[in-house]
Design a protein around this ligand. Structure first.
Ligand code: PLP
Length: 412
């Protein structure tokens, strides 16, 4: 059964100003106050908020935030080094050139591509722009929480629809997502899904795009698409559908700390994101690295193969140890530890192996990010030790003082 969460209500008596319709003013006011009160949440913050203690990033194994331990490619590193002397310039033309390069590769109209410093900003802004107290967000459960936080900021209802076949394929339940609301502002699909790493078949995505009510935005988050064999949903944009697609360089391209991403949609749909922010000049190091990555012919296939092989080895190892895992096609998967996940997460962290996170709907499951082969060997050894010991009653420590600060405090 879909589960619904109510967001805060907007004050219907808020004042209006001339030249702006009351509806638009209310929307702008909602967006502005939302921006002021809710941070743009990304995986790092969500992952850190569930760490049992504030871990030294240079110590231990960090497989809790779906990061790519390989970092930027050699070509991206060289591009960053080469652009440094130009760092005193804004170089807006590079930003446009990057959008055009991507558009050309994907056969898109360049005006339907806007670069941002990562995909979290356009994700947040799309949800703010298209949900409201009368237009809910429909999303999968377990699913990525950032859109839920944005919808709450917009005063929208969040309707969580359990994944279909949770012990099997764990895909978005297309029919239930369409049936969940007759007036959704945004239907969010993460393909492959975070946290399960599972791919939702094109036929199901087609069903959602075809049956979404008029005016509803289908927001398709392809943060992990390069790691999988799933076909992209960019064609819906070319076909003029009410679909917005998100891409990031944070995952396969290993640029989470460098920051670059795209939002792709019909220009008239993207226009609504602009007043919400994020259109500042982008770092030229990130633009240069992103362009070099896009033009690096073997990068996607070689990294996809490497990460896929390490993932497959670990899924087999865990199954041989008697554990259920989701059939991931990404750099993360859910692992059923058959006891409260937070106990295992805490015990692992006490041995400096940081695994992530737990979703309320699946309390005995933890999300594992695929690290390097060496990191996964330490994970396997430590996991075995932890599972052979009692973890009963183990709880994460109370939040570290730094985690009590904004934005972590929103998540506690
Ligand atoms: N979407 C999903 C599903 C993610 O998991 C993440 C990060 O983990 C993002 C978007 C945002 O990443 P970034 O802002 O680094 O592009």
């Amino acid at each position: 059964m879909p589960r619904s969460i109510s967001g805060s209500e907007l004050d219907p008596n808020a004042c209006c100003s001339t030249g702006v319709s009351r509806r638009n003013f209310m929307r702008l006011a909602a967006a502005t106050s939302a921006l002021a009160s809710i941070p743009i949440l990304t995986e790092s913050r969500l992952a850190y908020a569930q760490r049992p203690h504030f871990a030294d990033p240079n110590k231990g194994i960090h497989i809790d935030a779906n990061e790519n331990p390989l970092g930027p490619s050699e070509s991206a590193r060289a591009a960053i080094a080469a652009i440094i002397p130009k760092g005193g310039r804004y170089e807006f033309n590079m930003q446009m050139d990057l959008a055009e390069t991507f558009a050309k590769i994907e056969g898109l109209n360049p005006e339907s591509v806007i670069p941002y410093a990562g995909s979290s900003e356009p994700l947040h802004f799309t949800v703010l722009a298209y949900t409201s107290p009368s237009k809910p967000l429909v999303t999968a459960d377990p699913g990525y929480e950032a859109p839920m936080w944005a919808a709450t900021a917009a005063g929208a209802q969040v309707i969580k629809v359990p994944l279909a076949d949770p012990k099997g394929a764990a895909t978005h339940d297309a029919k239930a997502m369409i049936a969940a609301s007759n007036n959704p502002g945004v239907i969010y699909i993460c393909n492959p899904n975070n946290p399960t790493g599972t791919v939702t078949p094109q036929a199901d995505i087609d069903y959602i795009v075809t049956n979404a009510p008029k005016g509803t935005i289908v927001l398709i988050d392809e943060a992990y698409i390069h790691l999988s064999d799933a076909p992209s949903s960019l064609h819906y944009v070319k076909e003029g559908k009410d679909v917005v697609v998100l891409r990031t360089f944070s995952k396969l391209y290993g640029m989470a700390g460098i920051r670059m991403g795209f939002v792709v949609g019909r220009p008239e749909l993207l226009k609504k994101l602009i007043p919400l922010g994020g259109q500042n000049s982008l770092p030229i190091t990130a633009i240069a690295a992103a362009k070099a990555s896009l033009l690096d012919a073997d990068l996607v296939s070689s990294r996809k193969k490497l990460i896929g092989n390490i993932r497959a080895e670990n899924l087999v190892w865990l199954k041989n140890q008697g554990y259920a895992v989701t059939p991931s096609d990404s750099n993360c998967f859910m692992l059923d530890v058959k006891r409260p996940g937070k106990e295992v997460l805490t015990a692992m962290a006490s041995k400096d192996v940081y695994i992530g996170r737990i979703w309320p709907a699946w309390p005995t499951q933890v999300r594992i990010t695929v690290g390097t082969r060496e990191e996964m060997a330490v994970f396997q050894k430590t996991f075995k030790e932890v599972m052979n010991s009692s973890t009963a009653g183990l709880e994460p420590q109370s939040l570290h003082p730094r985690m009590r600060e904004t934005p972590f405090s929103y998540l506690s």
